[in-house]
Design a protein around this ligand. Structure first.
Ligand code: NAD
Length: 501
């Protein structure tokens, strides 16, 4: 590709020190065609550590012209990458996984500083990133379809599975590295090339990943353009040479991308918001429920599309469960992840997002809702909100309908199973849900009655690279992880050979 500006010596992306580093005068550049690239724009933005509110780096704000360059590089690289056999691509993916493993602690520290993640969680994200790359490397060699055969007399039919071309991946700030890996893994394994646009708030690990993989991946196979959604994301969604655009983000961004992509009729893959109900029956192990909700409702400060945020509990055990949830919430070690591995919950990602969560709380109180614990932003630096359990909730309250995306768990009561199911399904979201019961009939029957892409029984937020992740209704369509993701990022072609001529 042609560079329109010279390379600059950019700030180091080592991330080895979890403490805030000085802001470098030069902004971190994009990564295009196998190298750092300063792009065509002049604007930059700070990247902030949410635990301190202090800037830790600067990045460039990409432009539509930068997208053109990145897509051109990806398009050129596609010609060779698509020709590689599954084994050859798998070998490269396995090497990529090994590189990430070598730099695991560095990536975890960078992620922790940029996204405010406790270190144990940041390390889990890196481990799952590695596992995703390894799984996709293996799965692409074991893809299956209808067998070749004679379906019309005298003709042999076969299904050829092909990559789609250049795929744009647009990712959020809550799992910056992992959501990127969930896209890059199957996109590249299936033989596509990729232009990744990470969240403008949390671009550091994606940039570092691209840089680390530059020795392994051919130039142009993975490109990263940093910038705002309505500029860089929109340019990707409308670009004529992008075959498919894959978004993990809010419903609003998903809708914007789907609208923009409609003009060129490109394929769209959407992993959007969630409002996961947690259905607790009186026969459930309430300690297991409380542990599960503490992990899945307050983990990552509740900034999880599958967060266990809406508890629906049988009335007879309501008091017992609320007491357990309050005790778990109050026991959590909340603080700056840089303080050490004992920190279990960090801040929210930005001041704006913290204000948004506090706004939800204020409106809930105006509706008569009460915080059994937490319920506010503590004094001090950083964008923290205390782990919060909301009770005394009127029917249809906003806090039970909308995705708050903070460490806020609501608890409502029910006396009958059908009403509980109707309430659980009564949301526009359809990403994930959990059922907690010791009753075998309920455990087997209820998942089929719940309108969610993942239903856990006596668990919440457990994942496997082999199993698909994705939603129904406003939570979007398309599947991350599993062999289904490889299907989503490829196309089928029927080849029929007439043997009678
Ligand atoms: P967001 O929608 O604000 O941003 C996500 C990405 O979309 C960012 O890279 C952003 O720049 C980009 N974007 C925004 N507007 C755009 C536009 N008009 N065109 C193209 N791109 C655009 O989401 P967020 O705040 O970063 O993340 C939180 C949201 O992501 C929550 O709703 C959460 O539920 C969802 N999420 C879903 C999953 C899932 O697997 N379903 C996983 C993680 C997060």
């Amino acid at each position: 590709m042609t560079e329109t500006r010279p390379q600059i010596e950019a700030a180091p992306l080592t991330g080895e020190d979890p403490a805030p580093v000085d802001v470098e005068p030069e902004a971190l550049p994009h990564f295009v065609d196998g190298a750092r690239w300063t792009g065509t724009g002049t604007e930059t933005r700070p990247v902030v550590n949410p635990a301190t509110g202090q800037p830790i780096a600067r990045v460039l704000c990409g432009t539509a012209a930068d997208v053109d360059q990145a897509v051109a590089a990806a398009r050129t690289a596609f010609a060779e990458w698509r020709q590689k056999t599954p084994k050859d691509r798998a070998d490269v993916m396995l090497e990529a996984a090994a590189v990430v493993e070598t730099h695991a602690e560095e990536l975890a520290r960078l992620e922790s500083a940029n996204a405010g993640k406790p270190m144990p969680l940041a390390r889990e994200d890196v481990a799952f990133t590695i596992d995703t790359l390894r799984f996709m490397a293996g799965a692409v060699r074991a893809q299956q379809s209808l067998s070749a055969g004679e379906y019309v007399a005298g003709r042999t039919s076969m299904i050829v599975r092909e990559p789609v071309g250049v795929v744009a991946a647009i990712t959020p700030w809550n799992y910056p590295l992992l959501t990127a890996a969930w896209k890059i893994g199957p996109i590249l394994a299936a033989g596509n090339t990729c232009v990744l646009k990470p969240s403008e708030q949390t671009p550091l690990t994606a940039l570092r990943l691209a840089e680390l993989l530059a020795d392994v991946l051919p130039a142009g196979v993975l490109n990263v353009v940093v910038g705002d959604g309505p500029v860089v994301g929109e340019a990707l969604a409308t670009h004529p040479d992008v075959a498919l655009v894959s978004v993990t983000g809010s419903v609003r961004s998903g809708q914007a991308v789907a609208r923009a992509a409609a003009e060129s009729l490109k394929r769209v893959h959407l992993e959007l918001g969630g409002k996961a109900p947690v259905l607790v029956f009186a026969d459930a192990d309430l300690d297991a429920v409380a542990d599960g909700v503490a992990f899945a409702g307050f983990g990552n400060s509740g900034q999880d599309c599958g967060a266990a945020c809406r508890v629906l509990v049988e009335e007879s055990v309501y008091d017992d469960l609320v007491a357990r949830l309050v005790s778990r919430a109050e026991a959590l070690a909340v603080g700056d992840p840089a303080e050490g591995d004992h920190i279990e919950m960090g801040p929210l990602v930005t001041q704006a997002h913290r204000d948004r969560v506090v706004g939800f709380l204020d409106r809930a109180y105006a509706e008569g809702v009460r915080a059994a614990t937490g319920g506010k932003a503590p004094d001090g630096d950083g964008f923290f909100v205390l782990p919060t359990v909301l009770v005394n909730i009127p029917d249809g309250a906003e806090c039970t309908r909308e995705e708050i995306f903070g460490p806020v768990v609501t608890v409502e009561t029910f006396t009958c199973e059908d009403a509980m199911i109707a309430a659980a399904n009564g949301t526009r979201y359809g990403l994930s849900a959990s059922v907690w019961t010791e009753n075998a009939r309920r455990a087997a029957d209820l998942p089929g009655r719940l309108d969610f892409g993942t239903v856990w029984v006596n668990d919440h937020l457990a994942f496997a690279a082999e199993m698909p992740w994705g939603g129904f209704k406003s939570s979007g369509y398309g599947r991350d992880l599993s062999a289904y993701a490889l299907d989503d990022y490829s196309r089928t072609k029927h080849v029929m050979v007439n043997r009678t001529r």
